[in-house]
Design a protein around this ligand. Structure first.
Ligand SMILES: Nc1nc2c(c(=O)[nH]1)N[C@H]1C(S)=C(S)[C@@H](COP(=O)(O)O)O[C@H]1N2
Ligand SMILES: [Mo]
Length: 393
């Protein structure tokens, strides 16, 4: 609830509306050429045309905070594991985590369940409460830390334990349970580092959970406590928020929602919206992500033309986005590029995403507007600016 109440005023209005700028409550710089400000002072999204490599650099990785980034002194911090699902409570210092457990590094994508909410609203001609994300509430990093499994096993998980709930030390005490099996998965981590750097403050320093293929809200930052429970836990993040509430958008009647876990297949074109391209040969690039599943194929279509297969990276792993690209001989004028990814379960991005009350999990095929300029007069085209790439990073 907090989420919607806090940000409700920003929904449905253009970001450029003459509202006073919100005070920045994050730590890292968020320069406008790398990140877009959603107008909340808490939430910043990655510019899709500013992802130079496979990973999203920390300086432009999206930030989704429900409260100001807390500053936590790792020397004074400890992690408590407790609950009726463990035989004994255990507490680890920061130093314990680094020294007493095997360190693992995994590349994983984190996508906010609200990513593209703004486009979801446009699709249904409605406004949604919640952060008005465009396409950049997704990022991929190499996370280094310890397996949650190793930490839990040291506390002695009981036979009847069923849920594990990490809890954050931020003002809202963000917390969301996951089934024991997901917590014990070999790629569920308590991360201490991101892309080879000690975890930055905005991304959860000193420690955050990374839950592969699930909505970002499962990957709790600034973890201070982990509860292991023999009962199903109900907290605002799996009852009020981060649930799919379907039904009649007109009556908006509250109904129990279904907690979101995995993220549906979707794709991202690495171009601004709308895009401006030079005429002639361009490489159009992007990413596709299928949550816990593999991306099987990516197809694209220009204007009313046929669908074609894009080239998709052979490096594919569940929980990690893939890169794809295609060549396009662009003719001057206004065009629309559509991209449609398919996962290994045979699910394809739909033309429309069924409405849900909180605007989560939008994954429709997007009609990406592209303007291709007239060719330059010969004299100026000669001057060595012939690189007709779509991509400037
Ligand atoms: N403690 C805490 N953890 C949190 C959040 C939060 O507000 N507080 N936001 C969640 C949400 S909704 C998302 S999408 C991800 C975003 O992670 P990032 O800010 O590192 O990109 O963090 C999750 N973990
Ligand atoms: Mo999120």
């Amino acid at each position: 609830m907090e989420d919607r109440l806090r940000h409700g005023a920003a929904s449905g209005t253009p970001r450029t509306a003459a509202a006073p700028p919100a005070t920045r409550q994050v730590v890292k710089p968020t320069p406008a050429d790398l990140m877009e400000d959603t107008g909340t002072g808490l939430n910043y999204e990655t510019r899709p045309d500013r992802i130079p490599g496979f990973l999203t650099p920390v300086d432009r990785f999206f930030v989704r905070n429900h409260a100001p980034t807390p500053r936590i002194d790792p020397a004074a911090w400890s992690l408590l594991i407790e609950g009726d699902g463990v035989r004994r409570s255990v507490s680890y210092t920061y130093d314990d985590l680094w020294r007493r457990f095997p360190l693992v590094s995994v590349v994983r994508t984190i996508e906010c369940a609200g990513n593209r909410r703004r486009l979801f609203g446009a699709e249904h001609g409605c406004g949604f409460e919640g952060v008005s994300w465009e396409r950049g509430a997704i990022g991929t990093a190499e996370w280094t830390g310890v397996r949650l499994r190793d930490l839990l096993e040291a506390a002695g998980v009981t036979d009847d334990a069923c849920e594990v709930m990490p809890e954050g030390l931020d003002e809202v005490r963000a917390r969301r349970p996951m089934p024991l099996a997901k917590a014990l998965a070999p790629d569920t981590l308590l991360a201490l580092a991101m892309n080879g750097e000690v975890l930055p403050a905005d991304h959860g320093h000193p420690a955050r959970v990374v839950v592969s293929g699930w909505l970002g809200a499962a990957s709790i930052k600034w973890v201070g406590r982990i509860e292991v429970s023999t009962r199903r836990l109900r907290v605002p993040w799996n009852t009020d928020d981060y649930v799919l509430i379907a039904g009649d958008p007109l009556t908006g009647r509250p109904a129990p929602g279904v907690p979101i876990t995995g993220i549906p297949v979707a794709s991202l074109v690495e171009l601004p919206w709308p895009a401006q391209l030079s005429p002639g040969r361009n490489i159009v690039r992007g990413r596709a992500f299928a949550g816990e599943h593999l991306v099987d194929a990516v197809h694209y279509r220009v204007d009313d033309g046929p669908w074609h297969a894009a080239d998709v990276d052979t490096r594919r792993e569940p929980g990690v986005w893939v890169r794809w690209q295609f060549r396009w001989d662009a003719q001057p004028g206004d065009h629309v590029i559509r991209v449609r990814a398919t996962d290994d379960q045979g699910r394809t991005q739909p033309e429309q995403t069924p409405w849900n009350a909180l605007g989560y999990c939008h994954h429709s095929v997007l009609a990406h507007p592209v303007h291709v300029a007239e060719p330059r007069p010969r004299s100026s085209a000669r001057a060595g600016t012939g690189a007709r790439t779509t991509h400037s990073v």
